[in-house]
Design a protein around this ligand. Structure first.
Ligand code: TNX
Length: 526
C-alpha cells in the first residue's frame, strides 16, 4: 500500500515536471503534457509529403534548429523512420495548428502551411529548450487576433535589406503576421519611385543628423546620412516576408511628415521653395499642399508604383501630426476649402485623406491611418491605428470603424525600458517596461459588439535614437514577446507565468544570436 502511494506520488511528480517543461511564448491555447519524450537529432527527418510549400516550411524549420541539432536536418517527402511529420488539415483555421509529440515521433498539423509554420515555431522553442529532447505533449493552438503587427521606422535611421529581413524573422518567430514598413518622413524618403527619381536621389539624404536628445541638444554630427531601397530590393523583401507568411504594409506619410518629398519637389508644398530634408526629430510645419491639384497627381502616381510593389490589402497613408499653419496661409488651400464648403483645416485634412482613400479603393486597396484621421471626419471604410493612447481606437470602434491598437502607452518600443534611463542607451525618455506592454487590454471600454472592430495590435519601433539594427534588437526584445502574447493568447492574466516562460524563450533568442535587453530577466526593469 505504502509502495503504491509512493508510486502515485512519483507519477504525479513526473507529470507536473513534464508540464512545467512545456514553455512557449506566446502562450498556446491548450497544452496537454504526456508521458515520455522524443529526441530530435541531426538525423531526424522532417517529412512534408508532396506539398512543395510544406517542404519549404520544413527547410525553414531545419535552418532554425540547426544551431541546436546540427546541420541539414533532412527534409523529405516520406520516410519509414521516426520523424517530424508536417501536414495540412483544412478543417483547422488558417493560422491554427496541432502539435503532437510522442516517444514515437512528432506531428505538426496546420490549417494551412502558415499554421504549420506556427506549429514549427512552437516546436523550435521546445527543441532549443531541451537541447533536442522534446517532452511528449499535445498542443492545440490558434491566435486570438487576426492582425498582429510590428512597425519598423527606416527613415530616422536606415536599415539595409539584410536587417529588414532579420526584422521579419523576428516578427515571424513571435507569430506576428504584419510588417508595417515606415518608408517616408521628414528625415528622408526611402523608396525609389521611378516616376520621381529625385525622391530617392535627393529626398533620401539629409546633410547631417542631430546628436543627442531632441529636448537637450542643438549639436549636429556634420555627416551626410542617407539610404533607400530600390524597387527590386522592395520586391525581394516582400517575397521574403511572404515566405514566412508575413504581409508587408507600406506606409507613405501624408499630408505631414513630408519633407523627404518636398525637398526634391518643392512645388508639393504651400510655400513652394527652400525645403531641406530634416536633420532634427519632431514635427515639421511644412507639409503637402492640400490645395494644388498637382499634389494629388503626385500622390496617385507614387501610390500607383507602391501598389504594384506591395500586394497587401492595406496601404498605410499616415495622417498623423500634420500642423495646419501653412494651409491657413496658403491661397490654394483656402480656395480648396471654399470650393468644397470645408469649415476648417481639420476638414481639409479629412478631404485630403478621403480623396486618397477613394483613389486607393478604386485600385482595390484599403487604407490605414494614424488616429488623427478621426479629426474632421472619417470615411466608414478607413482603419484607424490608435497611437496616442487607446482612445482613438476606442472612438473608432464605437463609430463602427475598424481599429488596430498600437497605443504609445503600451506599444512604443522606442521608449526606455527601465525607470533608470541613465543605465540605458539614449532613448525617447518615456518609460515602458515589459509589464506595461503585457498589460495592454485591446478591448478596454468596449462592448461585445464594438470589440468586433478591433483587428488586433501592433508594436512600433521608431528609430530616432536607434542608429542600427543591433540596437533595434535591444529595444525590440523581449518587449515584442509581451506584445505577441497580447495579440496571440486567449489567456494572459498571469504575468508571473509569462515571466517564467520567458526565462526559457530567451534561449531561443540566444540560439538565434539575437541581441536583447536583459533588464527584465534580471528584475531590473521596474
Ligand atoms: C510620434 S506615432 C510619431 C513618430 C515619432 C514617435 C516617437 C506617430 C504616428 N508619430 O513620428 O517617431 O512619436 O515615439
Amino acid at each position: 500500500m505504502k509502495r503504491l502511494f509512493l508510486l502515485v506520488c512519483m507519477l504525479g511528480l513526473s507529470l507536473t515536471t513534464a508540464a512545467s517543461e512545456i514553455n512557449i511564448v506566446p502562450k498556446p491555447l491548450r497544452v496537454e503534457p504526456a508521458e515520455g519524450s522524443f529526441t530530435v537529432t541531426s538525423q531526424t527527418p522532417v517529412v512534408a509529403g508532396q506539398d512543395k510549400e510544406l517542404l519549404r516550411v520544413g527547410r525553414l524549420f531545419a535552418g532554425m534548429v540547426e544551431p541546436v541539432v546540427g546541420r541539414n536536418l533532412p527534409v523529405k517527402k516520406s520516410t519509414d523512420d521516426a520523424a517530424i511529420v508536417l501536414s495540412v488539415d483544412g478543417s483547422l483555421g488558417e493560422e491554427a495548428y496541432l502539435l503532437s509529440v510522442t516517444p514515437e515521433g512528432i506531428a505538426v498539423q496546420g490549417g494551412s502551411p502558415k499554421g504549420v509554420l506556427y506549429g514549427l515555431q512552437s516546436l523550435r522553442q521546445l527543441v532549443v529548450d531541451g537541447k533536442g529532447v522534446v517532452p511528449a505533449v499535445k498542443i492545440t493552438d490558434k491566435p486570438f487576433f487576426a492582425y498582429r503587427g510590428a512597425m519598423l521606422d527606416v527613415v530616422r535611421h536606415f536599415m539595409p535589406v539584410e536587417d529588414v529581413k532579420a526584422f521579419i524573422d523576428i516578427v515571424a518567430m513571435h507569430k506576428l503576421n504584419r510588417f508595417h514598413w515606415h518608408l517616408t518622413d521628414d528625415q528622408g524618403w526611402r523608396i525609389d519611385i521611378r516616376k520621381y527619381p529625385d525622391l530617392a536621389r535627393v529626398g533620401s539624404v539629409r546633410k547631417e543628423t542631430l546628436f543627442g536628445h531632441l529636448r537637450t541638444s542643438s549639436e549636429y554630427d556634420g555627416r551626410p546620412y542617407g539610404g533607400y531601397y530600390t524597387q527590386s530590393e522592395i520586391r525581394e523583401v516582400v517575397a521574403y516576408a511572404a515566405e514566412r507568411y508575413v504581409e508587408v504594409i507600406p506606409e507613405i506619410e501624408m499630408p505631414g511628415h513630408a519633407l523627404g518629398a518636398l525637398t526634391p519637389y518643392p512645388w508639393l508644398g504651400c510655400r513652394g521653395e527652400n525645403y531641406e530634408v530634416w536633420t532634427r526629430w519632431g514635427i515639421s510645419s511644412d507639409v503637402f499642399c492640400a490645395g494644388k491639384e498637382t499634389t494629388f497627381e503626385f500622390i496617385e502616381n507614387v501610390l500607383a508604383e507602391v501598389i504594384d510593389l506591395f500586394p497587401s490589402k492595406y496601404i498605410h497613408i499616415g495622417g498623423d501630426e500634420c500642423p495646419k499653419a501653412r494651409w491657413k496661409e496658403c491661397p490654394y488651400c483656402q480656395q480648396r476649402m471654399k470650393e468644397n464648403g470645408l469649415q476648417n483645416e481639420e476638414q481639409l485634412q479629412s478631404y485630403f485623406m478621403q480623396r486618397v482613400e477613394k483613389w486607393l479603393h478604386g485600385h482595390g486597396r484599403e487604407i490605414i491611418g494614424w488616429d488623427e484621421i478621426l479629426q474632421g471626419g472619417i470615411s466608414k471604410t478607413a482603419t484607424v491605428m490608435s497611437w496616442r493612447g487607446s482612445k482613438g481606437g476606442i472612438a473608432a470602434a464605437k463609430a463602427g470603424n475598424k481599429a488596430i491598437m498600437a497605443p504609445n502607452t503600451h506599444c512604443y518600443l522606442d521608449y526606455n525600458q527601465t525607470s533608470e534611463p541613465r543605465y540605458e542607451p539614449l532613448a525617447n525618455g518615456k518609460f515602458l517596461p515589459v509589464r506595461m506592454v503585457y498589460a495592454l487590454d485591446p478591448y478596454d471600454q468596449l462592448t461585445e459588439a464594438e470589440r468586433a472592430f478591433i483587428l488586433g495590435v501592433q508594436a512600433n519601433l521608431w528609430t530616432e535614437y536607434i542608429p542600427d539594427f543591433f540596437h533595434a534588437k535591444h529595444m525590440l526584445l523581449p518587449r515584442l514577446a509581451a506584445l505577441s502574447e497580447v495579440g496571440w493568447a486567449y489567456d494572459r492574466k498571469d504575468f508571473e507565468d509569462f515571466r517564467r516562460r520567458m526565462a526559457h524563450f530567451r534561449r531561443t533568442y540566444d540560439v538565434a544570436g539575437y541581441n536583447y535587453a536583459t533588464y527584465f530577466f534580471d528584475g531590473k526593469d521596474e
